[in-house]
Write a protein that binds this ligand. Structure first.
Ligand SMILES: Cc1c2[nH]c(c1CCC(=O)O)Cc1[nH]c(c(CCC(=O)O)c1C)Cc1[nH]c(c(CCC(=O)O)c1C)Cc1[nH]c(c(C)c1CCC(=O)O)C2
Length: 343
């Protein structure tokens, strides 16, 4: 079945579009009262993630309510560590917490890499239900965390400003780090393949903690694994969002993917110079811009769109939308993108 709105897919591939497509990272989540209502009926976040019917419901909410040009499957990047044998808990106001972590090679060897499709079957089921209920109105985005970001949580055991335990491992036990990264990569390749087979129309790789690595570390511990993942997907376009890794845009630009996510710290002309002209850029409004008044949100959005004028572009924020953002301001952002005409 053909998509009724395929702007996102065409923009990703660099094909002509009538206007810039728009969606928001973390759109399926706490900004919507309708999400919080569903969430309140569940036994916590993980329970919601593991309920394919409810996950499909909250995936579609932003399409109905905000009129975005894409849905992103409601799940989390941390389902991979869980499937590997490290369960997580989502603690209110603190974020993810892992009771067990990875400290050495023995821990890596103990990870269970078998039966991944059974263990992640709930996400695949949620994708199938979502596809059916979306009825091809807009594309469905599948996703996974990049290996370095997943490793960071598995070693650190929770969120952190510095992830110093995870970064320490890169210096003190590089072989352990590489073995862990390779295990995560193998599982992620299989997982994304299943998402595509179930109907995902595009996949995004989130490297949220890329920016805490040095350029050399990024080339050694992040890039080779992202490349393996990107090279394993031919059927649909791929977006790589390496937050903070402006210093590696030259090698990101050589990846066999269609789109690079940009955060708001990265100037568009700099990204173009570094990554070259063969990529679509996605981003990059500061999520805090949505705390402004209606006219300020409009002005900031237009300023952002002007910077991408003439380039291949998918409008988005430079990171996920913050939970206390007024959905009305999100709508202003979306409507401003849709009514913007390139002069
Ligand atoms: C680092 C990361 C995580 N998860 C994710 C990333 C990469 C993107 C980024 O950098 O923001 C990705 C993610 N997490 C979630 C989605 C769903 C789809 C979407 O709307 O984008 C996606 C794409 C749901 C979620 N994931 C989480 C929530 C909130 C939990 C709740 O409902 O209580 C949602 C809707 C929780 C989560 N999950 C994670 C953290 C650190 C937290 C706690 C902090 C926070 O809330 O942002 C790990």
């Amino acid at each position: 079945m053909a998509l009724k709105n395929d702007l996102l897919i065409r923009a990703a591939k660099g094909e002509p579009v009538e206007r810039t497509p728009v969606w928001l990272m973390r759109q399926a989540g706490r900004i919507l009262p309708e999400y919080r209502e569903v969430r309140a009926k569940m036994n916590g976040f993980v329970d919601l993630v593991k309920n394919p019917e409810r996950a499909a419901e909250v995936t579609i909410q932003p399409v109905d309510i905000l009129d975005v040009d894409a849905a992103i499957i409601f799940s989390d990047i941390l389902v991979i560590p869980e499937a590997l044998g490290l369960p997580y808990d989502m603690v209110e106001k603190r974020g993810p917490v892992f009771p067990q972590t990875i400290s050495d090679m023995d821990d890596v060897k103990k990870l269970s890499t078998s039966d991944m499709s059974d263990k992640l079957g709930y996400v695949i089921e949620a994708i199938k239900i979502t596809k059916k209920e979306l009825n091809d109105r807009v594309p469905l985005i599948g996703f996974a965390g990049a290996p370095w970001t997943i490793m960071a949580y598995m070693v650190e055991g929770s969120g952190s400003k510095t992830f110093s335990k995870a970064r320490k491992m890169l210096f003190t036990q590089p072989e352990t780090a590489h073995a862990l990264l390779q295990s995560i990569t193998d599982c992620t390749k299989a997982y994304l393949k299943e998402q595509v087979n179930a109907g995902a129309n595009l996949v995004q790789v989130f490297d949220s903690w890329a920016g805490i690595l040095s350029p050399d570390q990024y080339e050694e511990f992040a890039m080779p694994y992202i490349k393996q993942i990107v090279d394993s997907i031919d059927e649909v376009p791929v977006t790589v969002f390496s937050k903070g890794a402006y210093f590696s845009l030259h090698s990101l630009g050589k990846l066999n993917c269609e789109t690079l996510g940009l955060d708001w710290n990265t100037p568009v002309d700099f990204a173009l110079k570094m990554a070259g002209p063969n990529m679509t850029f996605q981003g990059n409004l500061d999520p805090c811009a949505l705390y402004g008044s209606t006219s300020e949100v409009r002005a900031e959005t237009i300023k952002m769109l002007d910077q991408f004028k003439g380039l291949r572009h998918i409008a988005n924020l430079g990171h996920g939308v913050y939970p206390d953002t007024d959905p009305e301001k999100v709508k202003v952002f979306i409507e401003t993108v849709k009514s913007y005409t390139q002069k």
